[in-house]
Design a protein around this ligand. Structure first.
Ligand SMILES: Cc1cc2nc3c(=O)[nH]c(=O)nc-3n(C[C@H](O)[C@H](O)[C@H](O)COP(=O)(O)OP(=O)(O)OC[C@H]3O[C@@H](n4cnc5c(N)ncnc54)[C@H](O)[C@@H]3O)c2cc1C
Length: 436
C-alpha cells in the first residue's frame, strides 16, 4: 500500500511553507503533505539569510513581488499581532557620482517612481552628518585607487525597507498552515527522487517510453513511495537534484553567499555607526551597500553587532547543486576580500574580526527573477536569486493560483500578477539589475 495525497510540497523553506499555507487556505478539501530533509521548517538557506527586505528593485516584477509581500509582513506584525521583529530601518545604497549617473541607475529610479516605490536621494553633505566616520573621498589614497574604490557622492534611501527574523516568518506560515490541516508535516524525510510514470501505465518494460504521456506521480523516500496528484518542488538551490533526473528543466544555478558577524559592543565608534539615529524611527543604521566590491552591512541592534556580507560575482564559482560544506564560511575571504573594503569606508572597523560566520547558497535564475511554473505534474517554485524572504508571500500566492488554474494571482492588497508571468515559457518579466 502506498500513501496518496492531493499535493506534496517538497521543501519547507520560506517558499515551501508560504506555498503550503496558501494552497491549503484556498483548497480546504485537499490533503497536503509538507516534507523536508531537515529536522524542522526553515533550517536551510532561509535560516542563513540576512533577512533584509526591500522593494527597491529595478524590475517592475520584483517591485511588485516585494512591495506586496512587505505590506503583508507589516499586516502580520501590526494587525495580526504576530511579532516578526520587523524593523523599517531602511536600505541605503552608497554611490559615486559616476555610478549615480549610469543609465542603469537612472532607469532604476525612473521605474521606482513610475511604480510608486518610495525612495529619496541623499547628498554627500547630509550623509556625512548621518553616518559618523564614513569616508566619502579617497583622493590621494593610492591603496584605495589600487582597490578600485569609488567615492561616496550620493545615496539612495528606501524607507519602506528593513529587516525581520526569518525563523519567525517561517513560524507564522507554518502555524497558519497547521491550523488548516490534519496532515502532519514530515521532517527528517529526504526525497530521493521524483516518480515519473507513464499515463496510462501499460506494464511494459522500460516505461515510461518515449511515445507515452508522462507525469510525476509521487516521491521516493527511504521510507517508501508517497503518491500525489501534484508535487510542489520548493527546494531552493537543490532544485536540479530533483528535476534533472526526470528531465524537467529548471535553469537555476547556485552560488555561495556568506555572512560575518562583527560585534559593536565595547567599541564606541562602531556603536555610533550602529545606532545612527537620523534615518528612521528605529534609531539604527539602514541596511547599507557600499559603492565598491559588493560589500554590505546590516545592523543587528538586539545583539549590538553587524552582519557583514559580500555579493562577489565573477571569481565566485557557480555550482549546479548545493553541497553540504557550502554552509561553512571562509575566514580568509573575510580577511582578504571583505575587510579591506569595509575598513576603508569605515575605519572604525579597523582590526574588527568576526566572532561568528555562516554561509548558504543563492539559487540564481537567468534574469534574477523567481521561477514559478508547472511541468509534467510538478509545480516548481525557485530561483529567488538572493531575495526569497522578501518575495515569499507573493510567491506562495502565485504557486496556489497556478495550482488552481487561475490566470491571475491576487497578491496582498489586491494587486494582481499573471500566474504564468514567472514561467519558463512566455516568461513576462523585466531583467533585474539591482542584485546584492
Ligand atoms: C548569506 C545569505 C544571505 C541572504 N540574505 C537575504 C536577505 O537579506 N533577504 C532575502 O529576502 N533573502 C536573502 N537570502 C536568500 C534567501 O535566504 C532565499 O532566497 C530563501 O531562503 C529561499 O527559500 P527557499 O525556500 O527557496 O530555500 P531554502 O530555505 O533553502 O529551503 C529549501 C528546503 O528544501 C529542503 N530540501 C532540499 N532538498 C530536499 C530533498 N531532496 N528532500 C527533502 N527536502 C529537501 C531543504 O532542507 C530546505 O529546507 C540570503 C541567502 C543567503 C545564503
Amino acid at each position: 500500500m502506498t500513501e496518496k495525497f492531493d499535493i506534496i510540497v517538497v521543501g519547507a523553506g520560506i517558499l515551501g511553507v508560504a506555498s503550503a499555507y496558501y494552497l491549503q487556505k484556498n483548497n480546504p478539501n485537499k490533503s497536503i503533505l509538507l516534507v523536508d530533509s531537515q529536522p524542522d521548517a526553515g533550517q536551510a538557506n532561509t535560516a542563513m539569510s540576512a533577512a533584509a527586505i526591500r522593494n527597491m528593485f529595478s524590475s517592475s516584477t520584483n517591485q511588485l513581488l516585494t512591495d506586496t509581500s512587505i505590506d503583508f509582513f507589516r499586516h502580520i506584525q501590526e494587525d495580526l499581532d504576530f511579532d516578526l521583529t520587523l524593523h523599517f530601518c531602511g536600505y541605503l545604497w552608497l554611490l559615486s557620482e559616476r555610478q549615480f549617473k549610469e543609465p542603469s541607475v537612472q532607469t532604476w529610479m525612473q521605474r521606482m517612481e513610475a511604480n510608486n516605490i518610495a525612495y529619496r536621494v541623499i547628498e554627500k553633505s547630509e550623509l556625512q552628518k548621518l553616518i559618523p566616520g564614513l569616508v566619502t573621498d579617497f583622493s590621494g589614497d593610492e591603496e584605495a585607487e589600487l582597490m578600485n574604490l569609488n567615492n561616496v557622492d550620493y545615496a539612495l534611501f528606501g524607507a519602506e525597507c528593513g529587516v525581520l527574523d526569518p525563523s519567525l516568518l517561517v513560524q507564522f506560515y507554518k502555524d497558519e498552515f497547521l491550523k488548516l490541516t490534519k496532515v502532519k508535516p514530515r521532517f527528517n524525510l529526504h526525497v530521493e527522487q521524483l516518480l515519473l510514470e507513464a499515463q496510462p501505465g501499460l506494464g511494459l518494460p522500460g516505461e515510461p517510453l518515449v511515445w507515452q504521456n508522462k507525469l510525476v506521480t509521487g516521491i521516493k523516500t527511504k521510507q517508501g513511495e508517497i503518491h500525489a496528484d501534484k508535487i510542489v518542488v520548493a527546494v531552493g538551490p537543490w532544485t536540479n537534484t530533483l528535476l534533472d533526473p526526470v528531465g524537467i528543466p529548471s535553469y537555476v544555478k547556485a552560488k555561495k553567499r556568506q555572512l560575518f558577524m562583527v560585534a559593536a559592543s565595547d567599541h564606541q565608534p562602531l556603536e555610533e555607526i550602529l545606532f545612527a539615529k537620523g534615518f528612521s524611527k528605529t534609531g539604527f543604521i539602514p541596511f547599507t551597500i557600499l559603492p565598491s566590491g559588493g560589500v554590505y552591512l546590516r545592523g543587528v541592534p538586539e545583539e549590538k553587532s553587524f552582519w557583514i556580507g559580500c555579493a562577489d560575482k565573477v571569481g565566485r564559482t557557480y555550482k549546479y547543486t548545493m553541497e553540504e560544506d557550502d554552509y561553512n564560511a571562509e575566514r580568509a575571504y573575510y580577511e582578504q576580500s571583505v575587510y579591506p573594503v569595509l575598513s576603508k569606508y569605515f575605519p572604525a572597523f579597523s582590526n574588527a574580526r568576526p566572532g561568528n560566520m555562516w554561509a548558504g547558497d543563492y539559487a540564481y535564475s537567468v534574469d534574477a527573477i523567481p521561477l514559478v511554473y508547472e511541468h509534467s505534474g510538478v509545480i516548481v517554485v525557485t530561483g529567488a536569486s538572493g531575495s526569497g524572504i522578501m518575495k515569499a508571500d507573493a510567491l506562495g500566492r502565485i504557486t496556489d493560483a497556478l495550482y488552481r488554474g487561475e490566470s491571475e494571482a491576487e497578491l496582498y492588497g489586491g494587486r494582481k500578477m499573471s500566474s504564468k508571468a514567472l514561467g519558463l515559457v512566455n516568461r513576462d518579466v523585466e531583467v533585474e539589475s539591482v542584485l546584492i
